[in-house]
Write a protein that binds this ligand. Structure first.
Ligand SMILES: [Zn+2]
Length: 215
C-alpha cells in the first residue's frame, strides 16, 4: 500500500469517511479515498492425458516448492487471458481453456483464486524467470509434500478425484476460514451444463454428497 496520495502526492492516514462503514486510507490534503480491495489470482490445471503441469517456484514466497502456473490478473485482460498469459510466461506452453474449475476465497490474505482447467497445444516447455523447473505429473507423481500452498494440494486432490469420476467435471468452490483451514463443502459442488464460446450461460446444480471416502 502506497503511503502517498496518487492524486496530489500528500500523505495518507486512516480515517472514517462520511457514509463509509470502515476506516479508509484518505489523503490529508485533497481528501481522496484510496480503496484497497482483494486481489484476483488466476491459475490453471493444464491436463495432458492425466498429467498435470506444475512449476517449481524460483521466487519467494515458497521458493523451490511446486505450484500450478498462475498469478495476479492484470488490468484490462479477461480472466481466461490472464490464465493463458500466466501459463505461457511461466512454462512457455500455449493452452486451450476448457472451463473454470474452482473458485477459492481466502479472506485472511484478501485474495480470490480462480482455477481454470485446460489442455496444452504442445508438451514442449520453455521455463520463464519465475520457474526453476516445470513438468507433467500424474496423481502418483505429484510432489505432494513439496507443494507451495495448501490450496494447491486441495485443488489437485479434488481435480484427480473428479477426473476419475464418471460424468462432467464439476465446478467447485473452496473457502478458507480463519483458523479452520480450507473447506471445500459438498453442498458447493456445482455442474456446468452449458459453456459455449458465444453466450456463456452457466447453470449451477446441487449434486449432493460426495462419494464415500472422498475426504
Ligand atoms: Zn491527495
Amino acid at each position: 500500500m502506497t503511503r502517498f496520495c496518487s492524486s496530489c502526492g500528500s500523505s495518507l492516514s486512516l480515517q472514517l469517511p462520511p457514509g463509509e462503514d470502515r476506516e479508509r486510507h484518505c489523503c490529508n490534503n485533497c481528501g481522496d479515498i484510496h480503496f484497497i480491495n482483494p486481489r484476483i489470482v488466476v491459475a490453471s490445471i493444464i491436463d495432458a492425458g492425466g498429467k498435470v503441469l506444475l512449476c517449481q517456484r524460483s521466487i519467494p514466497p515458497r521458493k523451490g516448492y511446486w505450484t500450478l502456473p498462475g498469478g495476479f490478473m492484470e488490468c484490462g485482460e479477461t480472466m481466461e487471458q490472464a490464465a493463458e498469459r500466466e501459463v505461457l510466461e511461466e512454462t512457455g506452453a500455449g493452452i486451450d481453456i476448457d472451463s473454470i474449475y474452482m473458485l477459492c476465497e481466502q479472506p485472511d490474505v484478501s485474495e480470490v483464486y480462480l482455477i481454470y482447467r485446460g489442455r496444452p497445444r504442445s508438451l514442449e516447455l520453455m521455463l520463464g524467470p519465475e520457474c526453476i523447473d516445470a513438468g507433467w505429473f500424474d496423481a502418483s507423481e505429484i510432489p505432494w509434500n513439496s507443494l507451495a500452498f495448501p490450496l494447491i494440494a486441495e485443488v489437485l486432490r479434488n481435480y484427480f478425484h473428479d477426473r476419475c469420476s464418471s460424468g462432467a467435471l464439476p465446478v467447485r468452490s473452496s473457502r478458507r476460514h480463519p483458523g479452520r483451514g480450507l473447506i471445500t463443502s459438498p453442498d458447493n459442488i456445482t455442474t456446468v451444463t452449458s459453456l459455449s464460446q458465444g453466450i456463456r450461460r452457466v447453470h449451477f446444480t446441487h449434486v449432493g454428497e460426495p462419494p464415500d471416502g472422498y475426504f
